[in-house]
Design a protein around this ligand. Structure first.
Ligand code: BT5
Length: 255
């Protein structure tokens, strides 16, 4: 992208009109040796996906649907930190580019008020216990109007345009995201997770809220109190026992 001024992130771009999903295309490109920072973009996805096979609604021209390839030299257990880093970076870019106040809901959602404006999907490719690459999928409702959302999303989804009243210049937004990501990522690689943790906690939707947690092995309720130094969500249950929540789905309660 012209005028980008990054060393790696966004320097190699595959821009598509209509695709099923940018995720498999990024996996294919990464497997063929695409350099770190490669971005796969699409105007429309016909089979956009979220976590656990959930669908991601990605109509034409309204959003930023993209997948970023990174190759961090970090141990596999630290790779969820890259999701938090991405969420922090998206939230910062939204604040800078639109002024819309957003919060980060653990682990991978960006919220405006109580509605989702963006989701992050991180997929790992590893070889013999080593990170080969990550594909970080980002779905951001930039310029959707209310009627772009199907009925099942109309109460739970929003867009930057709905929130601010202004159209988002998507290329400018993506360029700023790339600059911010590179800065945050380089800091993370050199100095570790601490800065991401602080930013995440500062802009967290989750901390202080009552949540119910359903893991493979148990179900409990408690208050989200923060992240540990590895980026794991700490939840204190009613008996005062602290739980570490890894990739479980967290549901939020009113009280
Ligand atoms: C996510 O999953 O939030 C990750 C979404 C990642 C999408 C990007 S787009 C580029 C790349 N290519 C892909 O195919 N995927 C990535 P999850 O936390 O599982 O949330 C999925 C849920 O969000 C759905 O079950 C819906 O309830 C809701 N949802 C679907 N589409 C939405 C949208 N456009 N806006 C807000 N919420 C949506």
């Amino acid at each position: 992208m012209a005028g980008l001024h990054t060393a790696r992130i966004g320097q190699n771009v595959f821009a598509h009109d209509e695709v099923v999903s940018t995720q498999p295309l990024a996996h294919e490109a990464a497997a063929k040796g695409a350099p770190e920072g490669t971005l796969v973009l699409a105007e429309q996805q016909t089979g956009g996906r979220g976590r656990l096979g959930r669908p991601w609604h990605s109509p034409k021209g309204t959003g930023i649907w993209m997948s970023l390839i990174v190759r961090p030299a970090i141990p596999i257990p630290k790779t969820p930190q890259m999701t938090l880093l991405t969420a922090v970076t998206i939230a910062r870019t939204i604040r800078e580019e639109t002024g819309v106040p957003v919060k980060i809901k653990w682990p991978n959602d960006i919220f405006c008020g109580d509605k989702k404006v963006c989701g992050v999907l991180t997929e790992l490719n590893a070889e013999s216990d080593r990170v080969n690459y990550l594909v970080i999928g980002i779905g951001l409702n930039a310029n959707s109007v209310q009627s772009d959302f199907p009925e099942e999303l109309s109460e739970i989804a929003t867009s930057l345009r709905i929130e601010s009243g202004d159209e988002v210049k998507r290329v400018d937004f993506i360029q700023q995201f790339c600059r911010n990501f590179e800065e945050e990522y380089d800091h993370f690689l050199q100095h570790g997770f601490q800065r991401v943790k602080q930013e995440w906690e500062k802009h967290s939707y989750s901390i202080g809220r009552w949540v119910s947690v359903q893991t493979i092995s148990q179900m409990f309720e408690g208050r989200a109190v923060g992240l540990d130094d590895e980026g794991v969500l700490m939840v204190e249950d009613r008996a005062g026992i602290m739980h570490k929540v890894y990739s479980a789905d967290v549901n939020y309660r009113a009280n």
